[in-house]
Design a binder for this molecule. Structure first.
Ligand SMILES: NC(=O)C1=CN([C@@H]2O[C@H](COP(=O)(O)OP(=O)(O)OC[C@H]3O[C@@H](n4cnc5c(N)ncnc54)[C@H](OP(=O)(O)O)[C@@H]3O)[C@@H](O)[C@H]2O)C=CC1
Ligand SMILES: O=C[C@H](O)[C@@H](O)[C@@H](O)[C@H](O)C(=O)O
Length: 309
């Protein structure tokens, strides 16, 4: 039986599958969140910078009003890069938008600082149009503020996103509270095994984002994925999602299409042999440097990802 949840190092359980909400237009994402939670999803993944947290909150409210209990759902939000020196303030903005008094998991979205006094609350730009990055900022500062907000009772677990091996090691070496999670792009064309192995060795849970390859689910066309879909009589997307759960990761497929949202929760029990066949395909992609990273914003910073050196 495929895992329905995993235990975090914070002591809380995290569901194995959650609904992604990035790039979801307000009306569609409200309906998607309500449909997902009413159809059995237990986790919703959002972020301040997605600009749709009021709609996510409205979808959550619709589900709670239908009788679902707050303690039975797991809500994730992320501190955006303009708030990495104002974590408590960023958290309060998201809680207000979501209409909640706590979130289950708060994440640092990217380990850099965008100018908090810049010309835009989310995406400040320099006169030349490039992103207004404050260079020389130490991401440990944000982590210390994350550790502080846990005491507020507004957050149950804290973690990071997009931390490469070197960035994660720096947190591991200096943290009072270890991250519960590292949320990273992960699919067969970008397994990020170096980061995954370090995280697992320290009890840090991996959440796989863009598991389908983001918009248009391009990774669903990978031949080994298509073959396994035929074998298990499911869609390639179901194979991609099930592979993550079989690997011990929480997976965050995004959809605003009700039928797809329902389908994305159907996890198949991949055999050890079939899981390994995808692992081997993925390792071969890396060996041939044919990796594909679909989410890499133009921050102009080297985060230490092997595929970006
Ligand atoms: N921490 C971070 O920096 C990041 C976090 N994330 C999180 O991960 C989530 C998922 O990643 P995301 O990049 O959105 O994309 P996904 O990899 O989840 O792919 C989403 C795309 O696949 C389509 N799709 C979804 N299910 C199916 C299906 N069953 N059959 C066919 N097509 C399907 C969707 O279409 P449609 O919606 O039209 O149905 C959409 O175009 C995000 O929404 C966000 O919550 C993502 C990126 C970065
Ligand atoms: O969470 C999804 C991604 O990280 C997204 O937040 C970024 O890609 C952002 O749109 C940006 O352009 O910097």
């Amino acid at each position: 039986m495929a895992a329905t949840s995993f235990k975090l190092n914070s002591g809380y359980d995290i569901p194995s599958v959650g609904l992604g909400t990035w790039q979801g237009e307000a009306t569609a994402v409200k309906a998607a969140v309500a449909h997902a939670l009413k159809s059995g999803y237990k986790l919703v993944d959002g972020a301040y910078c997605y600009g749709n947290e009021e709609a996510v909150g409205a979808g959550i409210k619709e589900a709670l009003d239908s009788g679902i209990k707050r303690e039975d759902i797991f809500v994730v939000t992320k501190i955006w890069a303009t708030y990495n020196t104002r974590v408590a303030e960023g958290l309060d903005k998201s809680l207000k938008s979501l209409g909640l008094d706590y979130v289950d998991l708060l994440l640092i979205h990217w380990p850099l600082l965008l100018n908090p006094e810049g010309n835009d609350d989310k995406f400040p730009k320099k006169p030349d149009g490039s992103r207004d990055v404050i260079h020389g900022w130490d991401h440990l500062e944000a982590w210390k503020q994350m550790e502080a907000v846990v005491k507020s009772g507004k957050v149950r677990s804290i973690g990071v996103c997009n931390y490469s091996k070197s960035y994660l090691q720096k947190i591991i070496d200096n943290a009072t509270i270890l991250p519960a999670v590292n949320q990273i792009e992960r699919h067969p064309w970008l397994p990020q095994s170096d980061i995954t192995e370090l995280a697992k060795s320290k009890g840090i849970h991996i959440m796989a984002y863009s598991p389908l390859g983001s918009t248009g689910s391009p990774v669903a066309e990978a031949e080994p994925v298509v073959k396994l879909a035929e074998k298990y009589k499911v869609t390639p997307q179901t194979i991609l999602i099930s592979w993550q759960v079989a690997s011990g990761h929480t997976v965050l497929p995004k959809s605003v299409t009700p039928s797809r949202i329902t389908a994305n929760r159907e996890i198949v029990n991949l055999s050890a042999e079939d899981t390994k066949s995808l692992d081997d395909y993925s390792a071969d992609i890396v060996a041939k440097k044919e990796w594909k990273r679909f989410v890499y914003p133009p921050f102009g910073i080297n985060f230490g990802f092997p595929d970006k050196q």
